[in-house]
Write a protein that binds this ligand. Structure first.
Ligand code: ADP
Ligand code: ZN
Length: 600
């Protein structure tokens, strides 16, 4: 372990391990197998990189994401680690060179695509090599139950048979217990030590607001809080990603669309720009995301509500992998609820499957409507508990108001019933508010006892009531009949007067003008120095054709802004500055700092 700590400091420039990194590393260095569950950004890579450096031989990493191997390898080489990869992007001559390096014992880490590993030729090669460990990254790909199943992963159980003496470490950020069991079974990891880190992502601020003018709300969020930041905007449809991306470009922002309908070359080009340039906004469907290893994604915005809490947590989890403050921002409204309920109703699949889907959607809606801490609710959903409200979500920061909505809800339900459960929300609201529209008159709804009984609330308050009734499953929406509202069994106790209901009081739409509040930067940072350091980093990255974060992470540059190192030994104390980077870049960054802080 002494050697591991030395490597952490010398090579990676970090002072201490983050638990449970130390226990995992101890296990693997000792030759044991490990199954590691850690949230995104938890620091999984070090768990195999350090043992690979400490143990004799080359560490073999199996990773499904060919597109990212190049960046992972570049990042390691920046640290002075001898890393390479073998995948289909190499031509035969290049592959041969890597193989020769491997056989000559000149590699510390080798990344291999799973389909290649299973080939006889590759196995024969590895059998002639000293191997320090096998790391199976994104191990949930072996599970058919999970969401990223990869048939090639099933072959990986052969590792145990072919290389019984080599320790294996499987890593994933996917939480659920069933996937975990499947990983252990399919990879023959029954005897492995399991390490499960908490799933909390304390640096992510969760916010869910009501949708009223989505484009303007998004623009304001981006301009006020994330000028120049990289982030992802998720939308449900392909067309919408293109529309929003082009609209954001019209507003002067650097945005690109990404969805499965784009051709492969365009997708690759957009992804490369997102990874390599700073401050690119990716407007994407869920097709974008798996294994986006970019550490400095400062926000994830949802313009449409995901169908499940699992998806929401996974998508928002792509923000802030570097541990720096990041925003998970979502807007949703009655239409989202209706649309998703409809999609479920018309989905094919067994009754059991539909019930499970309904259940998951209800949990997601519950999260949107909740008036207590969102993080507590999220963690609770994944079977974890957080003792205190988190203080870093919207409901903690600005406690939501509730009101006794029993009377309003009864009026709403009764109006739905009296109009025959055949009308959509707008018409029912007209009836409640006593609007003498053509439709009201045509159906004689002005003669109903419910006509005009709800004038004390305006249309937007009524929409809020209906949204919450649908979200809680008291009303359903019949999509085949133009969104007609229908009563559900669950509304009976309320109608009978046996239950009351607390509703969320939606905040007023027009918010007071706000100050620019860059949530992603410390308030007292010297912006000029920060920008100058970023510019220096950008130049170096461009010269070498690597993403900027491969040179230094944001956190490292920010620490420089505060500690203002004057020489190499002071710079070497900054977290993230290892020996190799100090030698390569120390002088340039020290010069920038000296120019900006001359009096220092
Ligand atoms: P994961 O693969 O679990 O999403 P990474 O391995 O990419 O996470 O690590 C996330 C971030 O945390 C990276 O920026 C990494 O350099 C940093 N990190 C990991 N371990 C430590 C540590 N012990 N001290 C400081 N930073 C760390
Ligand atoms: Zn909270």
């Amino acid at each position: 372990m002494e050697q591991a700590l030395h490597t952490l400091r010398q090579v990676f420039g970090y002072e201490t391990f983050r638990p449970p990194q130390d226990s995992i590393i101890r296990t693997v260095i000792g030759g044991g197998d490990a199954l590691v569950l850690m949230p995104t950004g938890g620091g999984k890579s070090l768990c195999y990189q350090i043992p690979a450096l400490v143990r004799p031989g080359c560490g073999v990493v199996i990773s499904p994401l060919i597109a990212l191997m190049q960046d992972q390898v570049s990042a390691l080489r920046q640290l002075g680690v001898r890393a390479s990869f073998l995948n289909s992007s190499l031509d035969p001559a290049q592959a041969q060179e890597v193989e020769a390096q491997l056989l000559a014992g000149e590699l510390d880490l080798l990344y291999i695509a799973p389909e290649r590993l299973a080939q006889q030729r590759c196995l024969a090669l590895l059998e002639r090599t000293a191997i320090s460990l096998f790391a199976i990254d994104e191990a949930h790909c072996v599970s058919q139950w999970g969401h990223d199943f990869r048939a090639d992963y099933l072959q990986l159980s052969l590792l145990h048979r072919h290389f019984p003496a080599v320790p294996r470490i499987a890593l994933t950020a996917t939480a659920d217990a069933r996937t975990r069991q499947e990983i252990a079974a399919r990879l023959d990891l029954g005897g492995a030590s399991q390490f499960i880190a908490g799933f909390d992502r304390p640096n992510i601020r969760y916010r869910i607001a009501l949708k009223h003018n989505p484009r303007q709300q998004l623009l304001r969020f981006l301009r006020d809080e994330h000028p120049g930041d990289a982030g992802i905007v998720y939308c449900l449809s392909r067309r919408k990603t293109e529309e929003i991306a082009s609209w954001l470009c019209d507003q002067g922002l650097d945005a690109l669309p990404y969805h499965a309908g784009l051709d492969a070359a365009t997708r690759a080009a957009h992804q490369a720009r997102f990874l390599r340039d700073e401050g690119v906004i990716m407007v994407a469907t869920i097709a974008f995301g798996m294994g986006i290893d970019k550490p400095d994604v400062r926000f994830v915005a949802h313009l449409d509500m995901p169908k499940t809490v699992e998806s929401y947590y996974q998508e928002t989890g792509r923000a802030g992998r570097d541990g720096q403050p990041a925003n998970a921002w979502m807007i949703y409204g009655l239409q989202d609820v209706i649309k998703l309920r409809q999609m479920m109703a018309t989905s094919t699949g067994s009754e059991e499957h539909k019930r499970a889907e309904q259940h998951r959607l209800n949990a997601m809606l519950g999260l949107c409507e909740i008036t207590s801490c969102r993080r507590q609710a999220l963690l609770n959903y994944f079977g974890e508990s957080l003792g205190q409200p988190c203080g870093n979500c919207d409901t903690c920061l600005q406690p939501a108001d509730t009101w006794d909505g029993t009377e309003a809800a009864r009026m709403a339900l009764s109006a739905v019933y009296r109009t025959g459960q055949r009308f959509g929300v707008n018409h029912v609201i007209e009836v409640l508010r006593g609007g003498e529209t053509d439709k009201v008159l045509q159906f004689d709804h002005h003669l109903l006892p419910t006509f005009g009984i709800g004038r004390q609330w305006d249309a937007s308050q009524w929409r809020s009531v209906f949204r919450q009734l649908v979200a809680r499953g008291l009303l359903s929406v019949d999509l085949e009949r133009f969104g007609a509202l229908r009563l559900e069994q669950r509304c009976r106790p309320l109608l009978r007067g046996e239950e009351s209901i607390q509703l969320r009081r939606d905040p007023p739409q027009a918010k007071p003008a706000r100050q620019q509040t860059r949530t992603s930067l410390p308030a007292d940072i010297d912006i000029a120095l920060w920008e100058a350091l970023r510019e220096q980093r950008r130049q170096l990255a461009e010269e070498q054709g690597v993403p900027p974060y491969v040179i230094f992470h944001d956190r490292t540059l920010q620490e420089m802004c505060f500690s203002l190192p004057r020489d190499c030994s002071e710079l070497g104390m900054v977290s993230g500055v290892g020996q190799r980077k100090l030698e390569k870049y120390g002088v340039q960054f020290l010069r920038v700092i000296a120019e900006h802080a001359p009096a220092h």
